[in-house]
Design a protein around this ligand. Structure first.
Ligand SMILES: NC(=O)c1ccc[n+]([C@@H]2O[C@H](COP(=O)([O-])OP(=O)(O)OC[C@H]3O[C@@H](n4cnc5c(N)ncnc54)[C@H](OP(=O)(O)O)[C@@H]3O)[C@@H](O)[C@H]2O)c1
Length: 201
């Protein structure tokens, strides 16, 4: 199943490396256009396709990997009115440049706020608790597989993302709904960010 990524910075590239290594076709995009991603594609091979934001957003699974304040513009650039039928994986945390002040979410979890930007999509929060260096490293270690937490309100979508995570070599842990599981993953504030766990296989 092809995957689109919006955002080709530290997190977008770390995930790209793991997904391409697992044999996935990945459509990767950024704010500067596909030409700026040619050298990454040459380095990682033909299953990495430099794309426009709308082309990345057209894939069945779309990963959002842009800074919090750029999210509305990036989603707007995707030019999608109805995200129905797509799974959107939210890697974002509600703070970032220029001041790294935590956003006021009005008591909601950040992924509930992001879900409003992609109406109709099944939104799954994942990959937001580890650094790019940890995420980009081989998840299979002699002591076990690196744990990736996920949460979302559509159990079927959670299951599909869990299978993708497993296929790429990580060990998924599904925490349930965004209002509860997402709160555990929340950064800042939740207990799970930075926790780098391995699960014995
Ligand atoms: N870094 C971490 O330790 C870490 C850990 C967990 C989660 N996160 C979260 O992951 C997200 C990405 O962080 P990052 O560190 O990967 O950021 P980053 O290295 O600054 O990369 C951001 C990417 O977003 C792209 N972008 C910005 N505005 C865009 C737009 N309007 N349309 C399309 N693409 C746009 C940028 O495009 P250009 O390349 O063209 O500028 C860049 O490729 C953030 O929400 C962050 O909170 C980060």
């Amino acid at each position: 199943m092809p995957i689109g990524i919006i955002g080709a910075g530290a997190i977008g590239q770390a995930l790209t490396r793991r997904l391409v290594a697992a044999g996935q076709q990945v459509w990767i995009s950024n704010s500067r256009g596909p030409d700026s991603l040619q050298s990454l594609s040459r380095a990682l091979g033909p299953t990495l396709i430099p794309a426009t934001v709308p082309d990345a957003a057209a894939q069945e699974i779309v990963i959002l990997a842009v800074p919090w304040r750029q999210l509305p513009a990036a989603v707007k650039a995707a030019d999608v009115d109805d995200w129905s039928g797509r799974i959107v994986i939210d890697t974002t945390n509600p703070l970032g440049p220029p001041d790294f002040k935590a956003a006021d979410l009005g008591g909601r979890t950040s992924s509930e706020v992001v879900a409003d930007l992609v109406p109709g999509a099944s939104l799954v929060k994942a990959f937001n608790t580890l650094t790019p260096g940890v995420l980009g490293a081989d998840p299979r270690t002699p002591a076990g597989r690196r744990v990736i937490f996920l949460s979302g309100n559509d159990a079927g979508a959670n299951d599909r993302v869990a299978r993708l995570i497993q296929h790429a070599g990580w060990a998924p842990i599904d925490l349930g709904a965004l209002s509860s599981g997402g709160r555990l993953q929340q950064f800042p504030g939740g207990p799970l960010p930075t926790l780098n766990l391995l699960r014995e296989t």
